[in-house]
Design a protein around this ligand. Structure first.
Ligand SMILES: [Zn+2]
Length: 367
């Protein structure tokens, strides 16, 4: 006899179902041994009256530092996290594949030019320097050997003051090498100039969005034409805007500038995926809260003009499709039972994602 909360069978009945794309009227959802199934197989019956069941949320930009606690993400309904750069391969390896908590993917070390990015304090800078075009294949091969799930590249502005940035030709070489190895490329870029370097090099994903100036219409058209997705990390950008004193005043643009760029990307149908930059690193300029910030991000995306349904898609089906996580991000027969049950209808009011009643990861109750 299995414990009631074990990974056995259960049914949620009379529940609204957001399947990663659309919301349904009340129905029943069946789970058996960690997988969504099409017919009841017994076990517990949970009354979902008034509630909505959704796929577990995916945060497509976090940093797992030594203090990171996967169970915090899990309790917030964030059932998959995509680490976008960690200084410790051992840390990540130890966090991978643990049953019954948040599932981890990681870029491991990001490629840098060796400058900027708080090199003196940030252990990630310095140890991952790519020394030009000739060094790109070496970097990518090392990440593949270490089982990175995708390649992360730090693109910063070139300036006379800081010559230690990746050269455009090196960025191109990194993207080409990554694509030859079948790896997705995610590029950190916080200015229009850095974004343009990423666009020109055909990266797959840009992450962050500028605070000081809007992304241009031409850049957004190029992103759409090249099928480049955006993970804007509005939670981080809002924190930075506050830290650096950029208010909503006319002459000091802040998060509203970043949100205007996201709105323009939405209008051009650029793929927008939710990510927070959640981290607990002492050297980071801001620390979006693990797990909780995903709910902030959904609200910030709605503030940028996404509908609640679009925001929910960005943290479920769209995130899974972008990162080829084909076993999750949707509610469909045969997929992982990574599920979130919330009180109310978050397709009407996005803040309702915070009203978590239950969370399952591979069919195991974690809240
Ligand atoms: Zn980051």
């Amino acid at each position: 006899v299995k414990a009631a909360h074990d990974s056995g069978a259960f049914t949620i009945r009379n529940v609204r179902l957001f399947d990663g794309n659309t919301i349904s009227s009340p129905t029943s959802l069946f789970v058996d041994h960690g997988t969504i199934v099409s017919a009841p197989v017994g076990g517990d019956v949970i009354d979902g009256a008034g509630a909505t069941v959704l796929p577990g949320f995916i945060d497509a930009h976090v940093h797992l530092d030594s203090g990171a606690d996967l169970e915090v993400f899990a309790r917030w309904g964030v059932t998959t996290v995509l680490d976008m750069g960690s200084d410790s391969r051992a840390l990540i390896d130890n966090m991978r594949g643990i049953r019954g908590t948040t599932d981890v993917r990681s870029a491991l070390s990001p490629a840098t030019g060796g400058g900027g990015f708080a090199p003196s304090e940030n252990p990630m800078a310095g140890q991952n320097v790519v020394h030009g075009v000739h060094d790109a294949e070496r970097f990518v091969r090392e990440r593949v050997a270490q089982k990175s799930d995708y390649i992360k590249i730090i693109i910063e502005d070139h300036s006379e003051n800081d010559p230690h940035q990746l050269e455009p030709a090196t960025i191109h070489a990194l993207v080409s090498a990554a694509h030859e190895h079948g790896m997705l490329v995610v590029a950190h870029a916080t200015s229009p100039q850095a974004m343009q370097l990423g666009i020109d090099a055909n990266v797959d994903v840009l992450t962050h969005v500028p605070l000081r100036v809007e992304v241009t219409a031409a850049q957004i058209r190029q992103m759409k034409a090249k099928n480049i997705a955006i993970v804007p990390t509005l939670s981080m950008m809002q924190g930075l805007a506050a830290k650096f004193g950029m208010t909503e005043a006319v002459d000091s643009p802040g998060i509203s500038t970043a949100q205007a760029s996201v709105a323009a990307m939405r209008a051009e149908k650029v793929v927008i995926v939710a990510g927070t930059d959640a981290n607990e690193a002492s050297f980071a300029p801001f620390n979006p809260a693990l797990g909780g910030s995903l709910h902030d991000e959904l609200e910030l995306l709605v503030g940028a003009g996404l509908s609640p349904v679009e925001a929910l898609q960005s943290a479920t089906a769209l995130a899974a499709a972008l990162f080829k996580l084909n076993d999750r991000g949707r509610i469909a027969t045969g997929l992982r039972a990574d599920l979130v049950l919330v009180d109310g209808d978050p397709t009407v009011d996005i803040s309702i994602t915070r009203r978590l009643r239950m969370v399952w990861i591979e069919g195991r109750r974690v809240l």
